[in-house]
Write a protein that binds this ligand. Structure first.
Ligand SMILES: CC(C)(COP(=O)(O)OP(=O)(O)OC[C@H]1O[C@@H](n2cnc3c(N)ncnc32)[C@H](O)[C@@H]1OP(=O)(O)O)[C@@H](O)C(=O)NCCC(=O)NCCS
Length: 208
């Protein structure tokens, strides 16, 4: 694939099903048997916290093969302030094109757009091996804690990047995952029935 032929653009309504299928293919059996992220995306688009100006797809010759999206959320600061931040995901690349640099490309592009919109920081759960290359670090280094996580628990999954340098320098507090990410397994299963059948497999390395 010639990198110059690739377009990153906003998702349109007519892309919704294609993108949900892409997310399903991308996440299937990666973190658990099957996946829920395609349904999460389906639900989040109608959530008031969804940032439609940061809902991107990556395509070549009209074929969508990557996506990324953001939600607004907050840090409940220890001094009582409520600090607006972004969270991100799902982000996915179609399985046959993973590990070719496209994930980093749509990630960096969308972070640039989020910066242009004036957002101060992005926090979410992810693997530092991928996100570290785009400037993310452990959120604990910024003094931000993950909601409901015991103080002595491993929080290395919880990452942060300031989009405005110093945005979090005077902030310590607790990050909140937007409620929209929590979906019911039964709803996921029902939604999944409308897609082609796929086998759920229990594989090593899955988190759940
Ligand atoms: C995670 C994902 C978006 C990354 O996109 P990608 O196009 O595959 O990744 P890139 O090629 O841009 O990766 C750039 C670098 O990040 C690191 N990286 C990427 N994916 C990684 C992984 N799963 N584990 C460890 N390091 C990874 C590598 O260093 C990689 O460079 P290399 O291939 O030369 O070693 C993609 O693999 C995907 O869709 N995965 C399934 C869904 C998912 O896990 N989404 C993220 C949830 S937080």
């Amino acid at each position: 694939m010639n990198k110059n032929d690739i377009i990153i653009r906003l998702e349109k309504q007519e892309d919704y099903r294609t993108v949900e299928n892409l997310i399903r293919e991308s996440f299937w059996n990666v973190y658990r048997p099957g996946c829920s992220e395609h349904y999460v995306m389906h639900v989040l688009r109608d959530d008031p916290a969804f940032v439609k100006e940061l809902d991107f797809v990556m395509e070549k010759n009209g074929q969508i093969f990557g996506q990324n999206m953001f939600m607004k959320t907050v840090i409940e600061a220890d001094d009582g302030r409520v600090v607006p931040v972004l969270t991100m995901g799902p982000i996915g690349i179609t399985p046959e094109l993973k590990r070719k640099g496209y994930g980093k490309r749509i990630l960096d592009y969308s972070l640039e757009k989020a910066t242009e919109m004036g957002f101060g920081a992005v926090l979410f759960e992810g693997n530092i091996d991928f996100y570290g290359k785009s400037g993310f670090d452990y959120a604990s280094k910024f003094g931000i804690r993950y909601h409901d996580l015991p103080e002595d628990a491993d929080s290395s999954f919880f990452l942060c990047k300031e989009l405005i340098p110093g945005y979090l320098s005077e902030v310590t507090g607790v990050y909140q995952t937007p409620q929209g990410y929590y979906v019911d397994d039964a709803d996921v299963d029902e939604f999944d029935k409308s897609f082609p059948a796929k086998e759920k497999l229990k594989l090593p390395g899955q988190l759940f």
